[in-house]
Design a protein around this ligand. Structure first.
Ligand SMILES: C[S@@+](CC[C@H](N)C(=O)[O-])C[C@H]1O[C@@H](n2cnc3c(N)ncnc32)[C@H](O)[C@@H]1O
Length: 261
């Protein structure tokens, strides 16, 4: 077994060691579990990512000989809107900087990487010349962008494949709209959240959940459920502060919303 094969089978975080990725240890292990499932289902798989920044989430796919092609789409705006209510800034955010960093990971494998500077709202899916097996959405964290990214991914995805989202505790309303879209269009799917906050949609017949690394995380997804709620808990703390709590109490008493019969 090669070093890489052993590392991915062990969900070894060392596979992320060369470039920082803005994700928790549990997220990174979920990314590796997803990669493991996809590379076993589809040796020679193609990966597409929306939102790459420094290439942190590209590095394990770059290292993987079973990954035949990587598409990285990133708009690289100075500031990006965010569903939490304030803009986000990524400093020195350029494709050149990402490529320099990825060169240090696997210089001999860079030819399988294609970068596209742009946004799914303006890029034609025909720019992706082959069917994709795994899409990862981690770009603009707004509900509108997530839905647009998702529809783009659906267009370029193989009939059976996976679309995963990072930071699901932020873009959950957008993700809910993506699920509605699948239901309304009669697309068969399975969806679940992995720790910490990686939302996975298996489209069609793509049984990633049979991979033991996914299954183990799926049955222990208390780590995902509790993390998501606790990450948003400051909103409840805020709503429970004076004077908001007093006002809510008053409204509740007037409407009788605090009384069960
Ligand atoms: C959270 S970072 C990606 C981090 C990366 N996936 C990782 O974990 O290493 C978000 C990236 O999305 C990009 N971005 C922002 N708005 C975008 C949009 N509308 N379309 C595509 N990418 C966008 C930003 O330039 C930034 O590089």
């Amino acid at each position: 077994m090669s070093d890489f094969e052993k590392a991915i089978a062990d969900l070894d975080l060392d596979l992320f060691s060369k470039i920082d990725s803005q994700s928790t240890q549990n997220d990174k292990q979920s990314f590796l579990a997803i990669q493991l499932a996809v590379r076993n289902l589809r040796p020679g798989y193609k990966y597409l990512e929306i939102g790459s920044y420094l290439g942190g989430t590209i590095q394990p796919h770059l290292l993987d000989d079973r990954c035949a092609k990587i598409y990285s789409i990133d708009k690289r705006p100075e500031k990006q809107p965010d569903a939490r209510g304030f803009d986000y800034t990524y400093l020195n955010n350029s494709t050149e900087r990402m490529l320099e960093k990825l060169q240090t990971v696997a210089p001999e494998k860079m030819d399988k990487l294609v970068t596209i500077d742009g946004d799914s709202r303006s890029i034609a899916p025909t720019q992706i010349s082959e069917k994709i097996d795994l899409c990862f959405i981690d770009g603009e964290h707004t509900d509108e962008a997530v839905l647009s990214d998702f529809k783009f991914c659906l267009e370029v995805l193989d009939q059976n494949g996976c679309i995963a989202f990072h930071d699901a505790q932020i873009t959950y309303n957008g993700i809910a709209t993506c699920i509605d879209h699948l239901e309304k269009n009669g697309v068969s799917f399975r969806a679940y959240c992995l720790p910490s906050i990686v939302f996975v949609i298996e489209i069609g017949d793509f049984a990633m959940h049979n991979e033991p690394a996914i299954f183990e995380r799926l049955v222990n997804n208390h780590r995902s459920y509790l993390y998501s709620l606790q990450d948003n808990d400051h909103y409840r703390k805020f709503a429970n502060k004076y004077p908001f709590r007093t006002v809510r109490n008053f409204i509740s008493r007037v409407l009788g919303g605090n009384v069960s019969q």
